[in-house]
Design a protein around this ligand. Sequence first.
Ligand code: C2E
Ligand code: MG
Ligand code: MG
Length: 289
Amino acid sequence: NADLAMYVAKGRGKGTYAVFEPEMYSSSLESLSISTDLRNALERDELLLFYQPIVDLDSGDISGLEALARWKHPVRGLLSPAEFIPVAEESNLIIEIGKRLLFMACAQAQEWRKTLSPKLQMSFNLSAKQLEDPNLVPIVTEALAMTGLPPENLILEITESMLMGNVEATVRQLTALRKQGIGIAIDDFGTGHSSLGLLKRLPVDIMKIDRTFVHSMTEGSQDVAFVEAMLNLGDSLKLRTVAEGIETHQQMRLLQELACPDVQGYLFAKPMAPSDTETFVSTFDGLPE
Ligand code: C2E
Ligand code: MG
Ligand code: MG
């Protein structure tokens, strides 16, 4: 029981503790069956990517897409990353899965650069273990070389909670990737996953404001002030800022008033399968009225 609780605590990150609860049994059985299935999923090609557009608020154009993992489970149906990425992380399968997904995202981006827009940028979420993997740089380089995607069209998203061990080694890897022209984005900025400390320590190009701030933004509210402060911070550090999780017109208007460069959220589109993404991007005609 103590062992189970320890794994739960480890999963929550550094410097935490967990007290054993009976529910931990069922969730560990669940992750056991998921981790067995996950091995097969790779062979059976059940892992796929959905894509969510990132919209330039100024021009009203789609500036990029974020690749978001899905698992087409034979019995459970379509699973979201929260249901299998943490299990994949525990079992180290994430390295293989992450590599497969990265190649998939790069190949798709290169195809869409030809059919949709040559400027299209593809954002990909790295996992903690991928970021720690000393082979990260060669893997990314190979993915670009094999698919023909120019490095300028790839953005890698990371969060602070991924920085487990050797921060210096991570900085070296990110610096090497940026030298090639790849963009680095801080995801979920403003939450416990990503803080100011991270901006100071890591070389980055893009800051993604977490959706919890956008969610509770109303005229004159404190969260508007927070978002404004984060946008100013992004400006002074010469970062491009993306606000995540825009669901309403009001949120979009507030962000326009604050001159937020890029936005992403259900108001524009939910993450979609590749064919729907293609239709969406090719028929998109500006910001929703
Ligand atoms: P994230 O990178 O912060 O991705 C944004 C999440 O917010 C996505 O959830 C997206 O569907 C959701 N979202 C977008 N717009 C809205 C909105 O307007 N309202 C609300 N309520 N939600 C919105 P999703 O696809 O379930 O992904 C969850 C997380 O899983 C991602 O958070 C990312 O950290 C991780 N993830 C996704 N794909 C991958 C992957 O390929 N590899 C790794 N390692 N992690 C991934
Ligand atoms: Mg992300
Ligand atoms: Mg995020």
